[in-house]
Design a protein. Structure first.
Length: 366
């Protein structure tokens, strides 16, 4: 959003009794030292597990797990590779009761991935032994996915487009073709961002079908219990999730971004989110200008009321969960305010202007 709207831490004496007392005292001291060392080690692990994780999300990474590797070591290897935190992996494996079923092999992952998905892949087995893997990154559009697939497989983009346009694959979340949305755009947000094995023949229907099935599986597992109270359909929640994916700078603020979107919708305010303008333009101008805001498109939330007709990219499960469980706030505005990419939120326009001034003064924004 523009500046005026949302940008949308005792001494021995030689007696037997004395010697016995000294022996007992030494034993107590030894136990105390051992306990102190153990506590220190635990403390160090806890500090390490809670320390900031300097990982760029969405980066492809290949990890090899050797046969016989203990589960604890697997978690540590994946943590060191930036795939997922070891504690989250352990919890996911133990909750699913599959800690004894993790398989050795070579895996293609992306950094900062949800632990449940990583564990599921480790149970399924190696997905990169032939070196033919493909990663869909959170926020990618259908056009970007097809571009990357065509480049990776050597097949024409038209083949992948035809699969989606001609109904060769389907999805329970696929909306009907409408006047505003062509048969390709309606697939926005329905090809799940994850790492996949590319078949040796590069079959477009097999690849896209797997992505579509993965999205349905992941979305069906979401807790949708609040959806009626929120006043949106599941599909509209996916649209909101795609906006959150593009707008949130940190995981912690996804639910707050969601609250701003719902609060604006409830008050009849236009969303005025820059990411929708960028989608409407079809390219990223770097900084959205006043002239960019005039682009005529059903996706331009500066010009149209309500939500865009489809998602504007592939949302992660974290964003979908935020879209169906937003924070309880009165926020109506946000602006990039911190070097870590997080935002400053405000309930009023005046408070929003103060946040903009603070972010500018701190050199976070020009």
């Amino acid at each position: 959003m523009t500046d005026t709207q949302t940008r949308p831490e005792h001494v021995p004496d030689g007696s037997d009794g004395t010697r016995r007392r000294i022996g007992m005292l030494a034993g107590v001291i030894a136990i105390g030292v051992i306990a102190l060392v153990a506590l220190t080690m635990v403390g160090a692990r806890l500090v390490g597990s809670n320390a900031a994780w300097d990982v760029i999300p969405g980066q492809p990474v290949q990890v090899t797990i050797e046969p016989g590797t203990p589960a604890a070591t697997i978690y540590r290897v994946l943590d060191n590779a930036g795939v997922a935190r070891s504690g989250a992996l352990r919890s996911a494996a133990q909750s699913a009761e599959v800690e004894e079923s993790l398989q050795a092999g070579t895996y293609a992952f992306v950094t900062d991935t949800d632990a449940e998905g990583v564990i599921a892949q480790l149970v399924a087995g190696s997905n990169a032994s032939n070196g033919r893997s493909f990663t869909v990154v959170e926020g990618w559009t259908v056009e970007r996915i097809i571009d990357e697939l065509a480049s990776r497989t050597g097949r024409p983009q038209a083949e992948f487009q035809a699969v989606l346009r001609d109904g060769l694959v389907t999805s329970a979340y696929l909306r009907p073709v409408g006047s505003e949305v062509d048969a390709l755009k309606r697939w926005e947000g329905l090809l799940y961002p994850a790492t996949y094995v590319v078949p040796s023949d590069g079959n477009p229907a097999a690849i896209l079908g797997t992505m579509a099935d993965e999205a349905v599986s992941r979305f069906d597992a979401v807790d949708w219990s609040r959806i009626d109270d929120l006043g949106v359909s599941r599909y509209e929640a996916l649209v909101i999730a795609s906006l959150i994916e593009r707008e949130a700078g940190t995981d912690e603020e996804r639910a707050e971004i969601a609250s701003v979107i719902y609060n604006r919708l409830d008050q009849g305010m236009r969303l005025q989110i820059d990411a929708t303008v960028i989608y409407a333009l079809g390219y990223n101008p770097g900084r959205v200008t006043a002239s960019d805001l005039e682009v005529v498109s059903p996706y331009n939330t500066y010009r149209v009321d309500g939500l865009p007709p489809t998602p504007i990219g592939s949302p992660s499960i974290a964003s979908v969960e935020a879209s169906v469980d937003p924070a309880a706030t009165n926020f109506l505005f946000y602006v990039l305010g911190n070097a870590d990419g997080s935002h400053l939120f405000a309930e009023t326009y005046e408070g929003h202007q103060e946040n903009i001034a603070s972010a500018t003064e701190n050199g976070v924004r020009p």
